[in-house]
Design a protein. Structure first.
Length: 563
């Protein structure tokens, strides 16, 4: 007997509802799209909160808990936060045709066809889970719900100021121009993002949704969707806090919010961008305490740490860190500079912008609007007789040429470059127009890096690799390796992962490679020479960390794209 029919029969047999009442409720649900329990409650038919448990016991279904760490984000995106909360469903599988929803509400079986139509899927299957699993799912993937938000706002109304103090620098009369609830909502969003270890906050007006998402350990998670009526006021509040022009809605703007949280100074870099349905806001959270690490905290294994420290000991030359945006290049360079920051050295930086102020280092921000460019600052900076120079990014010929010539004349220069791997850095510098002899003479080494999520130390599960995994991880027959898999606990918000660290590829330039650079050899040829000299790829470094139970094979694949 199908479950839906079984539930209908149980409801009829125990006298909860007649068939006529059930049909009336299903018809009402179809026309209003409201959750079936709410429809039944409003009709006065089914108000008992414990009835779901009783129904399950009558038809012999035992709720099964969910393993949240195994649910891909692409499946979660099939259902919006509001729909999942209203109907008490969690998308757990999707094969392109069949969507599987877990629910703790057996009454959903009455309206499964309606749910399929509302979600616009061809096939839909329901599975019963417990209420804790649904609540954990909603908390992990959708974050703060409206009830939690209103609870925060209620506390603020009673004098609760939370852990954050926002220093907007805005005159009081401008602050009062916005309604108090919007001010509290903005502070609550920032506070919630900080408590969840977010790296940035995305405020996104869409066609039929005003969405807020947090990026946590590199993955975006949907949180609350405030009413569309709050879109304009909330975006205006964030722009006001960031010192932006409220009247300008046609052009992109950049700003900055300084806050104090838990005794720490935290900087939010704010960007606004006009879109079809309003301005989108992205706030990047920069926490100095999480930026200034020691070398071991970056994620180096012992031999790579020794190689990188060897590069830091050079008295001249240029050392580059490459990788895409968000791969941790700035953190690596700041940590390296901190280790070199001694009283007998003069350290100077040219940055756009200066992300963190480091005591004892002379830092100069680029200001292109007044002509203060990387190249102009770098020329003047050389007359300040520095020992170590950090150039935030090499992006054009002039900056590359000055940096390389500075490296050639006895300065130790650090910078970043956007390339896919370490060995491509040499050819990229030549492509910018710099002379091959300058690159060959001054380039000491390059490190490419990516970030991978770390398995939560509180809940990771030790396991033996399968035969397929042994082949993928290149485990030798006589090699004994335990791998770890994600679990899920309160410490990691039931994701199985907590925090991120780097996987690295360190390329040391030797005489053979200098000759290849001089004759403008392709990066593939330089890469083969680097491999012959012992360079380990990022993928191989990642696999070593999988074998040590630090991360997972899937994380390494996602970060490097290796086969």
């Amino acid at each position: 007997m199908p479950i839906a029919k079984g539930i209908i029969r149980v409801i009829e047999n125990i006298g909860f509802l007649s068939r006529k009442q059930i049909d009336e409720a299903v018809k009402e649900q179809m026309s209003t799209s409201r959750p079936i329990r709410k429809v039944l409650n409003d009709l006065g038919y089914f108000a008992d909160s414990g009835s779901s448990v009783f129904l399950l016991s009558q038809i012999g279904i035992t709720p099964a808990p969910l393993t949240l760490s195994q649910i891909p984000p692409v499946v979660v995106e099939k259902v919006t936060s509001n729909f999942a909360r209203d109907h008490r469903v969690a998308p757990i599988e999707f094969d392109g045709e069949m969507l599987v929803l877990a629910t703790d509400e057996p009454l959903n079986y009455l309206v499964v066809d309606n749910l399929k139509m509302l979600l616009n899927v061809h096939k839909l299957r329901l599975e019963i889970t417990n209420s804790k699993s649904i609540n954990d799912f909603l908390g992990k993937f959708y974050g703060l719900d409206k009830e939690d938000l209103f609870s925060i706002l209620e506390k603020v109304d009673k004098g609760y100021t939370g852990e954050i103090v926002v220093d907007t620098g805005v005159p009081k009369e401008q602050e009062e121009a916005l309604e108090a609830p919007v001010i509290r909502l903005a502070s609550a969003i920032i506070s919630d993002a900080l408590s969840r270890r977010s790296s940035d906050i995305h405020v996104e007006p869409l066609e039929d949704l005003f969405r807020i998402r947090y990026r946590i350990d590199g993955v975006l998670h949907e949180t609350i969707s405030p009413p569309r009526t709050l879109q304009g006021p909330l975006i205006a509040r964030f722009k006001l806090m960031a010192g932006m022009d409220l009247a300008e809605k046609r052009l992109p703007q950049d700003g900055r919010i300084m806050i104090r949280a838990g005794g720490r100074q935290i900087d939010l870099r704010v960007s606004s961008l006009p879109g079809l349905y309003g301005e989108s806001i992205v706030m990047r959270i920069l926490d100095k305490s999480s930026m200034l690490l020691n070398m071991k905290d970056l994620g180096f294994l012992e031999d790579d740490e020794a190689k990188w420290n060897e590069l830091l000991r050079y008295s001249g030359g240029i050392v580059l860190v490459t990788g895409p945006t968000g791969s941790g290049k700035t953190t690596t360079l700041y940590t390296s500079l901190t280790s070199l920051n001694t009283t007998d050295r003069k350290l100077m930086t040219v940055e756009e912008p200066v992300e963190y102020q480091i005591e004892g280092i002379n830092q100069t921000p680029v200001r292109t609007e007044i002509g203060l460019t990387f190249s102009l600052i770098l020329r003047s900076l050389l007359r300040q007789a520095p020992d170590v120079i950090l150039v935030g990014e090499i992006r054009d010929f002039e900056t590359a040429d000055i940096a390389l010539r500075a490296a050639l004349t006895g300065h130790l220069v650090f910078s970043t470059l956007h390339t896919n791997d370490a060995t491509a850095a040499a050819t990229r510098l030549i492509d910018l127009g710099t002379a091959p002899f300058l690159v060959a003479s001054s380039l000491q080494g390059v490190m490419a890096q990516r970030l991978v999520r770390l398995l939560c130390s509180s809940c990771k599960v030790h396991d033996q690799p399968t035969e397929a995994e042994k082949e993928l991880l290149r485990i030798q027959p006589d090699e004994k390796v335990d791998i770890c898999r994600p679990g899920g606990c309160e410490n990691c918000n039931n994701t199985g992962f907590r925090s991120r660290k780097g996987i690295f590829e360190i390329f040391i330039v030797n005489d053979e490679i200098r000759q290849l650079i001089l004759r403008k050899a392709p990066s593939s040829e330089i890469r083969l020479a680097a491999r012959r000299s012992g360079m380990r790829t990022m993928g191989e470094d990642g696999l070593r960390k999988v074998k040590r139970g630090i991360t997972t094979y899937e994380e390494v694949i996602s970060a490097t794209g290796m086969d």
